[in-house]
Design a protein around this ligand. Structure first.
Ligand SMILES: [Fe+2]
Ligand SMILES: [Fe+2]
Length: 389
């Protein structure tokens, strides 16, 4: 067993390499068995308490490599292991998943194209993925975000998206007014859920591309300048279809994502499951630019919560340009879904969404003491209702 180095537990000192012995892996699995809800930080802490030199980051990567990054995966593994123990079977977890199974041939069969046959190529890819996991960051599908609170007052978060900066059809005076209103409420946080730039770069037609008022370079500069002004307010940001997805499709790299990541803002390049820690409470949250569903503008979020994330208490999206708020109870749990509006009204919007521009950016409050999520249609409504106007 290794002793923890001085750097492992200290936040300011960079860990000098983590040691994954078989004993450390066994203790990790035992820690997951004991409480699968613990994330990588808590699990790493428990390993260090047992004398293993494992940093938080190393634990996060290891969980990802083992397919145990999500709470649900850890829950499934813990349940599988519990059943195996009940039946007196060996642990189903193997730290080296590439070990040949009893049914796999020792020497992979060769064919004309693949020297090692399909098994050989599959194993080589798995080995490569394992090696890359040591140098590439894990998927950030879950993340704990501690939201700054300064009092016992419910924390207000404004949901904003679809500003389409750089489009001819945006009300820029309104954008300035909205931003000033945000800045005038010192404890207001922002959830930014996509389409903050126009980025008509898909080259599907003249009308669409003509909605760019300035080239993409200046649209990104516009966004970067806005984000820097609100840096301390933005709690998180997500992918979108106008910028990050189009950039990913065209080049595999997104300047839009970079604007947020460069400022240290948590960015979800796909659906995200952030746990928002507000005072004494932790709110299970789902965010994305859109969730699939068409019956109304909260239908996709309802579907998603029911099918994918029943523990979720708050779910947020943009994209529809028509705002909507829904509250319901499912399985005894209260749920709030929020879809934000837009300040743009271009040809596409007026054809596919609405003739009206619903410049509505709802606010949700998260209570730091009791588990309460409360939605409001606007910042003004929240301020009046909470006696702050
Ligand atoms: Fe949009
Ligand atoms: Fe969109």
């Amino acid at each position: 067993m290794s002793n923890p180095s001085a750097g492992i537990s200290g936040a300011a000192t960079k860990p000098q390499g983590s040691v994954w012995s078989e004993e450390a892996i066994a203790d990790l699995m035992a820690a997951i068995d004991a409480d699968y809800r613990r994330g990588s930080t808590a699990l790493a802490r428990s390993l260090r308490a047992k004398g293993h030199a494992i940093s938080d980051k190393a634990c996060e990567r290891r969980l990802w490599r083992m397919g145990l990054a999500s709470v649900r995966a850890r829950e499934a593994m813990a349940e599988t292991r519990r059943m195996q123990r009940t039946r007196g079977e060996a642990s189903p977890f193997r730290p080296t998943p590439l070990a040949p199974t009893a049914t796999a041939p020792e020497a992979p069969e060769a064919d004309a194209v693949l020297v090692g046959g399909w098994r050989g190529l599959g194993r080589a890819l798995e080995q490569t993925k394992l090696a890359m996991a040591d140098v590439l960051p894990p998927h950030e599908d879950e993340r704990t975000i501690v939201v700054k609170v300064t009092s016992d007052r419910p924390k207000p978060l404004l949901v904003i998206s679809d500003c389409h900066l750089g489009s001819w059809f945006v009300d820029y005076r309104l954008m300035e007014r909205i931003t000033d209103e945000i800045l005038s409420v010192p404890d207001l946080g922002l959830l930014v859920v996509g389409d903050q730039t126009q980025m008509a770069i898909k080259l599907r037609g003249v009308a669409e591309v003509s909605e760019n008022a300035v080239p993409p370079k200046y649209q990104m500069a516009f966004l970067r300048s806005w984000v820097r002004e609100l840096r301390d307010r933005i709690i998180l940001s997500t992918w979108d279809n106008h910028a990050s997805e189009r950039e990913d499709l065209a080049t595999g790299i997104s300047a839009y994502e970079g604007v947020f990541v460069d400022e240290g803002i948590p960015f979800f390049p796909h659906i995200g499951h952030p746990d928002l820690v507000v005072g004494q409470q932790t709110y299970r949250t789902a965010v994305s630019h859109r969730f699939r569903g068409t019956a109304n503008n909260c239908a996709g979020m309802r579907n998603y919560v029911r099918r994918e994330y029943p523990e979720c208490e708050l779910i947020v999206q943009g994209d529809s340009h028509i705002p909507e708020i829904a509250q319901w109870i499912e399985g005894g749990r209260k749920k709030v879904a929020v879809n934000s509006g837009t300040i743009q009204s271009g040809l596409f919007s007026r054809r596919h969404f609405s003739l009206r521009t619903a410049a509505v950016f709802p606010v949700v409050t998260l209570d730091p003491v009791e588990r309460i999520v409360t939605p409001y249609w606007s910042l003004a409504e929240y301020l009046r209702a909470s006696g702050r106007a």
